[in-house]
Design a binder for this molecule. Structure first.
Ligand code: ASP
Ligand code: MG
Length: 420
């Protein structure tokens, strides 16, 4: 078994779906192809969920129509002579979403999100599989929610490995290509769940683990894993080989290479992960695998924007002790804030966090109830793995450093532009 994963950029329009066909028409044997929602559809569906939840009805219809039209435009372009049945298959999914939107929302935003946003992957995989089928590729569409069982932690659901494994075993061996969704699963009651934004990489790796796959390939619009985001650092270079451990570190520090949870299921079964370009499938890309010796790593730059720097102290000037720190983390967890870095001194505890802006005011209020709080919004967190003094100097030019941490391999700086 092999697992391929294609992200939103690889199916963003009809031309890119055609390119997918070029890659997949050369394949044979057991292959599961995980495909994300088309282009920025997940963002559009998030807006739709927001409008639905806040009962902005005019907007709901507007957003829904835009999403539907975009998908049908691509479908009609790819298959100008599509049959009535093919169109009906795609249309059935839109009807399901439409019916959902006609019902009144519950009070649980995360639940509603998970009932709406998964449609992005359902639409895209439906179009891709119909198109591949019409182009004589032997493939079948699979609703992965039949296979991947999760708990009911909506928007951050956890895989139930045992149930998923036994459900997956019922469809093995495949003897063909399966086109299926990333990012989504379902609860025991059959309600849809999502695994967190950018979760399709994780799905690919879960499926690889469950089927003892030979390899996973994540197809991207970059030549492989770069030592920096090319959009932020034009001089970035591709890395050929990375160890599982280094990949986990990079994901942990916020490199947008792969979803942070992706590596573990692969490492556990020693399954190599290739990151390759769908624009030029003949190039080798990057391989993440077991590497015994330390390879010479380029410095890797990771920039996280929109961070919030909190400085928390106790009202009566006493030390911040373990109990208070655990209380702080409790509050952060309750508001789903994510800690990127922390540091304590005698009377204050500093944290660089990431928090959805809709949740931030409540978080600030809860912390202020218990502690003295200073905070800075919109700061950046720069991490450099395998740093050199030179690269630190270049990177910090024109930046004011608010907090700094260094270990043997990693240097991290919370910064803002000078003069802010
Ligand atoms: N479509 C989802 C997202 O954009 C999942 C994914 O693409 O990995 O977050
Ligand atoms: Mg995506």
């Amino acid at each position: 078994m092999r697992i391929y994963k294609f992200g939103g950029a690889s199916v963003k329009n009809a031309e890119s779906v055609k390119n997918l066909l070029k890659i997949l028409s050369q394949e044979s044997g057991d292959l599961m192809v995980v495909v994300s929602a088309m282009g920025k559809t997940t963002n559009a569906l998030e807006q739709l969920t927001e409008a639905y939840f806040t009962k902005t009805s005019g907007k709901v219809f507007d957003l829904f129509s835009k999403i539907r039209d975009m998908h049908f435009r691509i479908f009609d372009y790819l298959m100008p002579r599509n049959s009535h049945e093919e169109k009906a298959e795609l249309n059935a999914l839109f009807t399901l979403l439409e019916e959902r939107l006609e019902k009144a929302p519950s009070l649980n935003f995360d639940f509603e999100y998970d009932q709406i946003v998964p449609f992005g992957e359902l639409f895209s995989t439906k179009i891709v599989s119909l198109y591949l089928g019409a182009s004589s590729v032997n493939c079948e569409w699979l609703d992965i929610r039949r296979i991947l069982r999760t708990d009911d932690q909506y928007r951050a659901a956890n895989i139930d490995w045992e149930t998923s494994k036994s459900q997956l075993d019922t469809i093995l061996p495949l003897n063909k290509m399966i086109v299926t969704q990333g990012f989504i699963g379902s609860t025991r009651e059959g309600l849809s769940t999502t695994l967190g934004r950018e979760g399709s990489d994780y799905t690919a790796s879960v499926l690889a683990n469950l089927t003892d796959a030979k390899e996973v390939i994540i197809w991207k619009d970059v030549p492989g894993i770069m030592n920096a985001d090319p959009k932020q650092f034009p001089e970035s270079q591709k890395m050929d080989t990375i160890s599982y451990q280094e990949a986990v570190e990079l994901a942990f520090y916020g490199a947008k290479v792969i979803h942070p949870k992706t590596i573990q299921p692969l490492q556990n079964k020693q399954i190599p992960l290739h990151v390759k370009s769908f624009l030029d499938s003949s190039t080798t890309g990057t391989i993440i695998t077991n590497v015994d010796k330390d390879i010479d790593m380029l410095p890797v730059y990771i920039l996280k924007e929109d961070q919030i720097l909190l400085s928390i102290s106790i009202r009566d000037f006493s030390f911040v002790n373990e109990r208070q720190i655990s209380e702080i983390y409790g509050i952060l967890d309750e508001h789903r804030a994510h800690v990127s870095l922390s540091q304590n001194s005698a009377i204050s505890y500093s944290l660089c966090i990431q928090c959805e802006s809709r949740r931030l005011p409540d978080l600030i209020e809860s912390l202020k109830k218990r502690f003295k709080l200073l905070y800075n919004e919109s700061v950046e967190l720069i991490t450099i793995r395998h740093y050199t003094d030179e690269c630190i100097d270049t990177l910090l030019k024109n930046k004011e450093v608010l907090l700094e941490q260094r270990s043997r391999r990693t240097a991290r700086f919370v910064v803002r532009e000078k003069g802010n």
